[in-house]
Design a protein around this ligand. Sequence first.
Ligand SMILES: C[S@@+](CC[C@H](N)C(=O)[O-])C[C@H]1O[C@@H](n2cnc3c(N)ncnc32)[C@H](O)[C@@H]1O
Length: 241
Amino acid sequence: MPQARAALIAAASAPYRRVGHYPYLHACSKLRVDPAFMTIVQRGLLTGRARLLDLGCGQGLLSAWLRAAHICHARGLWPENWPPPPTPISVHGIEMTPLDVERARHALLRPPPGDMKLEFVAGDIRSAELQPADAIVILDVLHYIPRPAQEQVLRRVRAALAPGALLLTRIGDAGGGLPYCFSTWVDKAVLLARGRGLQPLYCRPLSDWLRLLTECGFETQTIPMRAGTPFANVMLLAEAR
Ligand SMILES: C[S@@+](CC[C@H](N)C(=O)[O-])C[C@H]1O[C@@H](n2cnc3c(N)ncnc32)[C@H](O)[C@@H]1O
């Protein structure tokens, strides 16, 4: 398993070498320390979902990861006890920061990515067109959006999903005590470091997220994401009803 994990991280980070030192280091370190990416492949959370939307996709790490899973599986570097890797036919990423969109395109669209159609567009997920999808992923994005707009985004996401399709999202649990305070402190520090100034964050306790998702037409399961990290993060698997 450690060998498969190392191979995945190496294959997913490699395309960012040609983009620059920072995007490459960001890819290596985030993929190594963030449990979300391993959880997605080890639990097969996106397996069998053909059309994916990645909202707030940053520099495209999820696409890089899924592409790396495909490569590692084809090379026989895939543990037998893992579910088959996700093999989406398309991943459509929407991201507000144009520099990140450029980085994703530069890393992942040249050379062409084979059977998996990747696309990265600059846009605000509050207003961008959301194409019909089999799964929509929103990793660590919703808390940047003011509360009333969070609900609008979730309703638009629900409208893009047929019953049984999946919203996979990760939120910080505002009821999570000190680890939650640490998470928001890190988020604010990252925003400052990226030149965005002191922006407010719009967080909710887990119970509030679950209520909102129910109201928006989802049936939700939680996967705690705290183990091995200092954060109060929870992955939410929300199936469209
Ligand atoms: C913490 S990063 C996560 C990036 C990516 N989901 C990942 O896991 O690597 C949050 C991203 O959401 C983007 N974002 C925040 N609000 C957004 C919005 N309204 N529309 C599109 N992107 C947004 C930010 O620019 C940033 O790239």
